[in-house]
Design a protein. Sequence first.
Length: 277
Amino acid sequence: MKKDKRIVLIKHETNKGTFITRNDGALNAKGEYIFFIDPDDMILENSLQKLYEATLKYPDVDIIQFKAYKKIISSKNLVTWARGYKKYDKIVTQPELCSIMFYEDNYLYLIMFYLWGKLIKRKVFVETIEKLGHYKNVHMTLHEDMAILFALLQIAKNYVYVKIYGYLYYKNTASVSENKYKYRKANKTIRDNFLFSEILFDFSKNTTFDKKMALFALNRIYHIYYHVCTFVTDGFEYIFKVLNKFINCEVLANKSKFYVFRLKKLFEETQKKLKKK
Protein backbone atom coordinates (compact mmCIF):
# COMPACT_ATOMS: atom_id res chain seq x y z
CA MET A 1 0.00 0.00 0.00
CA LYS A 2 2.91 2.35 0.73
CA LYS A 3 4.42 1.66 -2.68
CA ASP A 4 1.24 1.58 -4.77
CA LYS A 5 -1.87 3.62 -3.94
CA ARG A 6 -4.02 1.29 -6.05
CA ILE A 7 -3.69 -1.38 -3.36
CA VAL A 8 -6.42 -1.04 -0.74
CA LEU A 9 -6.92 -3.00 2.48
CA ILE A 10 -10.51 -3.84 3.38
CA LYS A 11 -10.70 -5.04 6.96
CA HIS A 12 -13.70 -6.62 8.67
CA GLU A 13 -13.70 -6.39 12.46
CA THR A 14 -15.27 -9.86 12.63
CA ASN A 15 -15.13 -12.83 10.25
CA LYS A 16 -18.03 -12.28 7.86
CA GLY A 17 -17.45 -15.37 5.74
CA THR A 18 -16.23 -15.79 2.18
CA PHE A 19 -19.46 -14.63 0.53
CA ILE A 20 -19.54 -11.13 2.02
CA THR A 21 -15.75 -10.80 1.72
CA ARG A 22 -15.78 -11.51 -2.01
CA ASN A 23 -18.67 -9.15 -2.54
CA ASP A 24 -17.04 -6.32 -0.60
CA GLY A 25 -13.85 -6.75 -2.59
CA ALA A 26 -15.70 -6.51 -5.89
CA LEU A 27 -17.78 -3.53 -4.76
CA ASN A 28 -14.67 -1.61 -3.72
CA ALA A 29 -12.54 -2.53 -6.73
CA LYS A 30 -11.87 0.09 -9.42
CA GLY A 31 -10.60 -2.01 -12.31
CA GLU A 32 -12.50 -3.27 -15.31
CA TYR A 33 -12.08 -6.95 -14.38
CA ILE A 34 -12.32 -9.11 -11.26
CA PHE A 35 -9.80 -11.92 -10.68
CA PHE A 36 -10.12 -14.18 -7.61
CA ILE A 37 -7.36 -16.20 -5.94
CA ASP A 38 -8.22 -18.61 -3.13
CA PRO A 39 -5.95 -18.30 -0.07
CA ASP A 40 -4.05 -21.57 -0.57
CA ASP A 41 -3.57 -21.24 -4.35
CA MET A 42 -1.18 -19.37 -6.66
CA ILE A 43 -1.21 -17.71 -10.05
CA LEU A 44 1.40 -18.69 -12.61
CA GLU A 45 4.17 -16.47 -13.89
CA ASN A 46 2.99 -13.98 -16.54
CA SER A 47 -0.61 -15.22 -16.29
CA LEU A 48 -2.05 -11.74 -15.79
CA GLN A 49 -0.14 -10.46 -18.81
CA LYS A 50 -1.52 -13.32 -20.93
CA LEU A 51 -5.03 -12.70 -19.66
CA TYR A 52 -4.68 -9.00 -20.38
CA GLU A 53 -3.85 -9.93 -23.96
CA ALA A 54 -6.97 -12.12 -24.01
CA THR A 55 -9.08 -9.10 -23.01
CA LEU A 56 -7.70 -7.26 -26.03
CA LYS A 57 -8.81 -10.15 -28.21
CA TYR A 58 -12.23 -10.37 -26.52
CA PRO A 59 -12.95 -6.84 -25.23
CA ASP A 60 -16.73 -7.36 -25.19
CA VAL A 61 -16.78 -10.76 -23.45
CA ASP A 62 -18.04 -10.73 -19.86
CA ILE A 63 -16.43 -13.97 -18.61
CA ILE A 64 -13.08 -15.31 -19.83
CA GLN A 65 -12.31 -18.75 -18.41
CA PHE A 66 -8.78 -20.15 -18.54
CA LYS A 67 -6.95 -23.38 -17.67
CA ALA A 68 -5.32 -24.45 -14.41
CA TYR A 69 -2.92 -26.95 -12.93
CA LYS A 70 -3.86 -28.97 -9.87
CA LYS A 71 -1.37 -30.05 -7.23
CA ILE A 72 -2.27 -32.36 -4.37
CA ILE A 73 -0.30 -31.29 -1.31
CA SER A 74 0.97 -34.83 -0.63
CA SER A 75 2.19 -35.26 -4.23
CA LYS A 76 5.01 -33.69 -6.25
CA ASN A 77 3.13 -34.00 -9.55
CA LEU A 78 1.14 -31.35 -11.37
CA VAL A 79 -1.91 -32.34 -13.38
CA THR A 80 -3.86 -30.23 -15.83
CA TRP A 81 -7.27 -29.36 -14.52
CA ALA A 82 -9.65 -27.45 -16.68
CA ARG A 83 -13.33 -27.91 -17.40
CA GLY A 84 -14.41 -25.23 -19.78
CA TYR A 85 -17.49 -25.08 -21.95
CA LYS A 86 -17.27 -25.57 -25.72
CA LYS A 87 -14.07 -25.49 -27.75
CA TYR A 88 -11.34 -22.97 -27.11
CA ASP A 89 -12.08 -19.43 -28.32
CA LYS A 90 -15.73 -20.25 -28.96
CA ILE A 91 -17.89 -17.39 -27.68
CA VAL A 92 -21.07 -18.63 -25.97
CA THR A 93 -24.01 -16.23 -25.74
CA GLN A 94 -27.45 -16.20 -24.14
CA PRO A 95 -29.74 -18.08 -23.83
CA GLU A 96 -27.27 -20.97 -24.04
CA LEU A 97 -24.98 -19.37 -21.46
CA CYS A 98 -27.49 -19.50 -18.62
CA SER A 99 -27.73 -23.29 -18.87
CA ILE A 100 -24.09 -24.34 -19.08
CA MET A 101 -23.83 -25.40 -15.43
CA PHE A 102 -26.45 -28.09 -15.92
CA TYR A 103 -26.79 -31.48 -17.49
CA GLU A 104 -30.28 -32.34 -18.67
CA ASP A 105 -30.83 -34.17 -15.38
CA ASN A 106 -29.92 -30.99 -13.49
CA TYR A 107 -26.44 -31.98 -12.36
CA LEU A 108 -23.46 -29.68 -12.80
CA TYR A 109 -22.15 -29.28 -16.30
CA LEU A 110 -18.47 -29.58 -17.20
CA ILE A 111 -17.70 -25.93 -16.52
CA MET A 112 -15.60 -25.31 -13.42
CA PHE A 113 -18.03 -24.05 -10.77
CA TYR A 114 -15.30 -22.15 -8.88
CA LEU A 115 -14.90 -18.40 -9.23
CA TRP A 116 -11.15 -18.74 -9.61
CA GLY A 117 -9.97 -19.54 -13.12
CA LYS A 118 -12.15 -16.82 -14.59
CA LEU A 119 -11.64 -13.20 -15.52
CA ILE A 120 -14.95 -11.40 -14.98
CA LYS A 121 -16.12 -7.96 -16.02
CA ARG A 122 -16.50 -6.07 -12.75
CA LYS A 123 -19.69 -4.26 -13.78
CA VAL A 124 -21.35 -7.62 -14.50
CA PHE A 125 -20.17 -9.05 -11.19
CA VAL A 126 -21.49 -6.01 -9.30
CA GLU A 127 -24.83 -6.31 -11.09
CA THR A 128 -24.97 -9.97 -10.02
CA ILE A 129 -24.33 -9.04 -6.38
CA GLU A 130 -27.14 -6.49 -6.48
CA LYS A 131 -29.53 -9.02 -8.05
CA LEU A 132 -28.90 -11.34 -5.09
CA GLY A 133 -30.74 -8.82 -2.91
CA HIS A 134 -30.48 -9.36 0.84
CA TYR A 135 -28.50 -12.58 0.29
CA LYS A 136 -25.40 -10.52 -0.56
CA ASN A 137 -25.02 -9.82 3.17
CA VAL A 138 -25.38 -13.36 4.55
CA HIS A 139 -22.55 -15.23 6.28
CA MET A 140 -21.63 -18.08 3.94
CA THR A 141 -18.40 -20.03 3.64
CA LEU A 142 -19.23 -23.15 1.62
CA HIS A 143 -20.69 -23.09 -1.91
CA GLU A 144 -20.70 -19.27 -2.08
CA ASP A 145 -18.71 -19.34 -5.32
CA MET A 146 -21.27 -21.68 -6.88
CA ALA A 147 -24.13 -19.44 -5.78
CA ILE A 148 -22.49 -16.38 -7.34
CA LEU A 149 -21.51 -18.18 -10.55
CA PHE A 150 -25.01 -19.56 -11.10
CA ALA A 151 -26.43 -16.05 -10.83
CA LEU A 152 -23.57 -14.57 -12.87
CA LEU A 153 -24.26 -16.89 -15.79
CA GLN A 154 -27.87 -15.70 -15.92
CA ILE A 155 -26.76 -12.05 -16.16
CA ALA A 156 -23.60 -12.14 -18.29
CA LYS A 157 -24.18 -11.74 -22.00
CA ASN A 158 -21.33 -14.01 -23.14
CA TYR A 159 -18.46 -16.32 -22.16
CA VAL A 160 -15.31 -17.71 -23.76
CA TYR A 161 -12.83 -20.46 -22.81
CA VAL A 162 -9.20 -19.70 -23.69
CA LYS A 163 -6.13 -21.95 -23.82
CA ILE A 164 -4.10 -20.11 -21.19
CA TYR A 165 -2.66 -21.81 -18.11
CA GLY A 166 -2.93 -19.13 -15.48
CA TYR A 167 -3.66 -20.78 -12.13
CA LEU A 168 -2.25 -23.34 -9.70
CA TYR A 169 -4.92 -25.02 -7.58
CA TYR A 170 -3.67 -26.71 -4.43
CA LYS A 171 -5.90 -29.56 -3.28
CA ASN A 172 -5.36 -29.35 0.45
CA THR A 173 -6.69 -32.18 2.61
CA ALA A 174 -6.88 -29.72 5.51
CA SER A 175 -9.11 -27.24 3.66
CA VAL A 176 -12.60 -26.25 4.75
CA SER A 177 -14.30 -28.03 1.84
CA GLU A 178 -12.41 -31.29 2.51
CA ASN A 179 -13.29 -31.29 6.22
CA LYS A 180 -16.75 -29.80 6.32
CA TYR A 181 -18.09 -32.52 8.60
CA LYS A 182 -14.93 -32.86 10.70
CA TYR A 183 -13.29 -29.89 12.36
CA ARG A 184 -15.98 -27.47 11.19
CA LYS A 185 -19.35 -27.50 12.87
CA ALA A 186 -21.61 -29.73 10.85
CA ASN A 187 -24.54 -27.41 11.57
CA LYS A 188 -22.79 -24.58 9.69
CA THR A 189 -22.02 -26.88 6.78
CA ILE A 190 -25.64 -27.98 6.56
CA ARG A 191 -26.90 -24.40 6.89
CA ASP A 192 -24.65 -23.29 4.01
CA ASN A 193 -26.03 -26.12 1.85
CA PHE A 194 -29.57 -25.01 2.60
CA LEU A 195 -28.63 -21.37 2.10
CA PHE A 196 -27.10 -22.15 -1.30
CA SER A 197 -30.28 -23.97 -2.31
CA GLU A 198 -32.49 -21.15 -1.05
CA ILE A 199 -30.46 -18.54 -2.94
CA LEU A 200 -30.89 -20.46 -6.21
CA PHE A 201 -34.56 -21.08 -5.52
CA ASP A 202 -35.33 -17.41 -4.85
CA PHE A 203 -33.06 -16.11 -7.61
CA SER A 204 -34.81 -18.41 -10.07
CA LYS A 205 -38.04 -16.47 -9.57
CA ASN A 206 -36.45 -13.48 -11.29
CA THR A 207 -34.99 -15.36 -14.25
CA THR A 208 -36.35 -17.12 -17.29
CA PHE A 209 -34.59 -20.29 -16.22
CA ASP A 210 -36.53 -20.76 -13.01
CA LYS A 211 -37.73 -24.37 -13.36
CA LYS A 212 -34.35 -25.94 -14.06
CA MET A 213 -32.53 -23.87 -11.46
CA ALA A 214 -35.16 -24.67 -8.83
CA LEU A 215 -34.89 -28.37 -9.67
CA PHE A 216 -31.13 -28.23 -9.26
CA ALA A 217 -31.53 -26.52 -5.88
CA LEU A 218 -33.95 -29.26 -4.88
CA ASN A 219 -31.37 -31.88 -5.85
CA ARG A 220 -28.79 -30.19 -3.65
CA ILE A 221 -30.96 -30.66 -0.57
CA TYR A 222 -31.76 -34.22 -1.58
CA HIS A 223 -28.05 -35.04 -1.78
CA ILE A 224 -27.38 -33.86 1.79
CA TYR A 225 -30.40 -35.77 3.11
CA TYR A 226 -28.19 -38.19 5.07
CA HIS A 227 -26.06 -35.42 6.56
CA VAL A 228 -29.10 -33.50 7.77
CA CYS A 229 -30.56 -36.57 9.45
CA THR A 230 -27.20 -37.54 10.97
CA PHE A 231 -25.44 -34.32 11.98
CA VAL A 232 -27.90 -31.48 12.46
CA THR A 233 -28.44 -30.48 16.11
CA ASP A 234 -29.78 -26.94 15.85
CA GLY A 235 -31.02 -24.36 13.34
CA PHE A 236 -34.21 -26.34 12.77
CA GLU A 237 -36.33 -23.23 12.25
CA TYR A 238 -34.28 -22.23 9.21
CA ILE A 239 -34.27 -25.79 7.83
CA PHE A 240 -38.06 -25.95 8.13
CA LYS A 241 -38.39 -22.61 6.36
CA VAL A 242 -36.36 -23.76 3.34
CA LEU A 243 -37.97 -27.20 3.20
CA ASN A 244 -41.41 -25.60 3.16
CA LYS A 245 -40.44 -23.47 0.14
CA PHE A 246 -39.60 -26.56 -1.88
CA ILE A 247 -42.43 -28.74 -0.61
CA ASN A 248 -45.04 -26.08 -1.41
CA CYS A 249 -43.70 -25.27 -4.89
CA GLU A 250 -46.22 -26.55 -7.45
CA VAL A 251 -43.67 -26.66 -10.27
CA LEU A 252 -41.37 -28.93 -8.28
CA ALA A 253 -44.22 -31.08 -7.01
CA ASN A 254 -45.22 -31.82 -10.60
CA LYS A 255 -41.71 -32.10 -12.05
CA SER A 256 -39.96 -34.09 -9.34
CA LYS A 257 -42.47 -35.97 -7.18
CA PHE A 258 -39.87 -38.39 -5.79
CA TYR A 259 -37.57 -35.62 -4.51
CA VAL A 260 -40.46 -33.71 -2.98
CA PHE A 261 -41.59 -36.92 -1.27
CA ARG A 262 -38.09 -37.34 0.20
CA LEU A 263 -38.15 -33.73 1.36
CA LYS A 264 -41.40 -34.34 3.18
CA LYS A 265 -39.82 -37.36 4.86
CA LEU A 266 -36.82 -35.25 5.79
CA PHE A 267 -39.16 -32.61 7.21
CA GLU A 268 -40.94 -35.22 9.35
CA GLU A 269 -37.75 -36.90 10.56
CA THR A 270 -36.18 -33.57 11.48
CA GLN A 271 -39.29 -32.61 13.43
CA LYS A 272 -39.16 -35.92 15.33
CA LYS A 273 -35.51 -35.28 16.13
CA LEU A 274 -36.41 -31.87 17.51
CA LYS A 275 -39.17 -33.30 19.72
CA LYS A 276 -36.74 -35.76 21.30
CA LYS A 277 -34.53 -32.93 22.57
